[in-house]
Design a protein around this ligand. Sequence first.
Ligand code: ATP
Ligand code: MG
Length: 431
Amino acid sequence: MALNYRAPKGMKDNVGSQQEELEEIFRLSSDLFRLHGYMMISTPILEPAGLFTRTIGEASDIVKKEMYSFEDRGGEVLALRPEGTAPIMRAYLEGGLKSRGLPQKLFYYGPMFRRERPQAGRYRQFHQVGAEVLGSDSPLADAEIISISAKLFGALGVQDYTLLLNSLGCRKCQKDYLAILCPYLEEVKEDLCEQCLVRARQSPLRIFDCKEASCQDALSHAPMIVDFLCEGCGRHFSELQEYLDLMGINYRVEPLLARGLDYYSRTAFEYQFDELGAKSTVSAGGRYDYLAEELGGSPTPGVGFSLGVERLLILLRSRGKTPLKAYGLDVYVAPASASYKKAALLILERLRSAKIRSDTDFLDRSLKAQMRAADRLGAKLVLIVGEEERQRNVVVLRDLAGKKQWEIPVEDIEREVNNFLERKRVDDGDG
Ligand code: ATP
Ligand code: MG
């Protein structure tokens, strides 16, 4: 069939269990965030484009190639948000959240948009869960932010991550470092890709985020920022490591780890899993102590992370560990013929009032066809409403898996169904 419209490239429909899986990751992480004292926040999908160009950096991949921006009918330039941190900082400053007490610990979930080349684990609309601690520069906040992904991976049974950690220093360390790095980049410029040549001029620190093998080779002997940390940044970094050690979180200091966004300072980290290859990073974040000032606000330190939900699900699926609950139907109510439709409707409504998941036929199908439909829906029971209903005030319950059926009095329906479901839960061993 030649359809007139398809979903935009790199964007997809999540049907049934696909969406349930996304939601389940959100539920699990929300529980974890609340357990750590975080409050939920949601911000608009659209923001002034400048919020991102200014903070993520003009030379970043996101701003140069990936951002969806457009002029609306009033001439305002808006962008579909490519990430969640700058909007949350904007909301914090705009809403004066500081007055609620510091630090503000916020978490979010939602779609992000980047016009990348679509491939497995890389979409143009994808979901992130993430959190930010605003108003504290303590390495304790960095440690907590880092620990949450580790706990989520633990809860999902995928603990074999590699946690890479680095410090990008503050403005002072970065200035000292750039004085050495820039001449080095000049020396190796023959080996750098075109984009890195631009980065070398516009935001040299981000050059380490390049994925080209030739660039990575050329940079493998570059001077490293960790060797240039000022006293304050050095202490911050070592305290963070002490906290992570205390929390039993394994990490590797990776002096070449950089992030693709301009606003990071001090802590940067990434959680990687081997089998995801070039898309190996599932969760990443860091500290952004200058972001608030970039937005015209008063200095506000912050640290946060975001986790790519689709990438996490790809990993979980590849290991047969998707966190899916059973949302199947309990009861399919089947009128034996059209004349019992009203009696069936009343029973259906009673079941739903009793919080029993139930459904019925909407296509005037034969009883046999309804049995097939019930089976397809994974119903545990079929409740047949027929002549006996009227004559003796009973209905028939049919156990689809056990291939048994029996009669029950109409007034006992809820109790009988619940008893059956309870027995089944015990037999199936899911408590
Ligand atoms: P990458 O280096 O893979 O491009 P990134 O550094 O651009 O990732 P971040 O901006 O740190 O990614 O976003 C945090 C997380 O969001 C990533 O670790 C990843 O799990 C997820 N993510 C980023 N871009 C995409 C995308 N296009 N599709 C799916 N998930 C994504
Ligand atoms: Mg990217």
